[in-house]
Design a protein around this ligand. Structure first.
Ligand SMILES: *Cc1c(COP(=O)(O)O)cnc(C)c1O
Length: 364
């Protein structure tokens, strides 16, 4: 994935550098306003990345050792790492193999008297069954932190992701649709919580008062103004970027031969922002071998996300039998293949990649 940077983006960054106001100034404030408008929440707080956002969301809710937090078994590892960072227990739930999102029918089984929150992920930019998750969370009195790192612009029944839970968490890493280099933002409708986040990101300094006072042992999770300027400039093209990716994704969906792999499916009422076009090769294929063959054709494909309980840290710590407990997450990890998808690619590029992949798999 190559971020698309325009001359306007670069000018926006250099303007901040010339202004001398480098950290958490008016560009950060403008970003917070813009994202709260896109996501349709009252508040947004920009932070240094999309892991800091998950971490501070958990800290601000008082989640601590002894507490349990439900996370999907298949995501980028940061989703579970944030739970580890507050000393709580990540409780993994398998995914729906059609959407790669958490299998909502398995969530209630994972709830115990120690469960405090659910972190559903809108994986690869596809809205998960967030209203189904909210029903379960409300019934059990749990917080929901939507990990929408890849999903700015996604929605369920036209309601933006990041506006359902207590918090929505977004990343602006260069692999996401719009980037600030490093960056992230939390969205919420809760005034007390956003003030707590503003305090925690800035060394515990109480926001909005002229006499500086430190009311908590906070972090430094601030965003710089030149990062905010970069993503502000990119956000003017968000819809355009998502549309371009949709067009390219449709070509993959039309050409790729489902006798050899399964394609991502988009349930009715959900929309996909196509942060990643993620396929899963059928069991007889060796994903790493296929990746190597694609590379020889000049095509850079990679695996998509981790079966988190199967990676070394989580295996050493919890030794889950992933094949038994999270078979869909494990299969998506072992045989998942993320194909190139970014706005600079042409329809011809995608057509070529799809045909080459079909050929490789037919001859495998
Ligand atoms: C990218 C990503 C993150 C982490 O975001 P960073 O900004 O890289 O820290 C967290 N969760 C998911 C699902 C992601 O894709």
């Amino acid at each position: 994935m190559i971020p698309s940077l325009t001359e306007d983006d670069i000018t926006a960054v250099t303007a901040v550098l010339r202004s001398g106001m480098l950290v958490q100034g008016k560009e950060v404030a403008a970003l917070e306003t813009e994202v709260s408008n896109i996501v349709n929440t009252k508040y947004a707080a920009a932070l240094s990345n999309g892991t800091a956002t998950l971490h501070l969301a958990l800290v601000s809710l008082g989640i601590k050792p002894g507490d349990e937090v439900i996370v999907p078994a298949f995501s980028y590892v940061a989703t579970a790492n944030a739970v580890e960072l507050v000393g709580a227990l990540p409780v993994f739930v398998d995914i729906d193999p059609a959407t790669f999102n958490i299998d909502v029918s398995k969530i209630e089984n994972a709830i115990t008297s120690n469960t405090k929150a659910i972190i559903p992920v809108h994986e690869f930019g596809l809205a998960c069954d967030i209203s189904g998750i909210m029903q379960i969370a409300d019934k059990h009195g749990l917080h929901v932190i939507e990990d929408a790192a890849c999903a700015l612009g996604a929605a369920e029944d036209n309601k933006p992701v990041g506006s359902f839970g207590t918090f929505g968490s977004f990343s602006f890493h260069p692999r996401k649709s719009v980037t600030s280099g490093e960056g992230g933002i939390l969205t919420t409708n809760d005034q007390a919580l956003v003030e707590r986040i503003q305090t925690l990101r800035n060394h515990g300094i109480k926001p909005g008062v002229s006499s500086m006072d430190f009311i908590e042992a906070g972090f430094n999770y601030r965003m710089t103004d030149f990062q905010a300027a970069l993503v502000n400039s990119q956000l003017t093209r968000l819809e355009e970027i998502i549309k371009a990716k949709q067009l390219l994704a449709d070509i993959y969906l039309n050409i790729l031969n489902t006798e050899n792999l399964s394609l991502p499916s988009v349930p009715a009422g959900k929309n996909h922002t196509w942060q990643t076009f993620h396929t899963v090769l059928h069991k007889r294929h060796d994903r790493n071998k296929v990746t190597e063959q694609l590379k020889q054709k000049g095509i850079g494909a990679n695996y998509g996300a981790q079966c988190i309980p199967a990676v070394t840290f989580y295996q050493n710590k919890y030794a889950h039998n992933c094949a038994e407990k999270f078979p869909h997450a494990l299969h998506a990890f072992n045989n998942g293949l993320a194909l190139p998808l970014y706005p600079q690619l042409t329809e011809e590029n995608i057509t070529y990649i799809a045909h080459e992949l079909n050929k490789i798999l037919e001859n495998d």
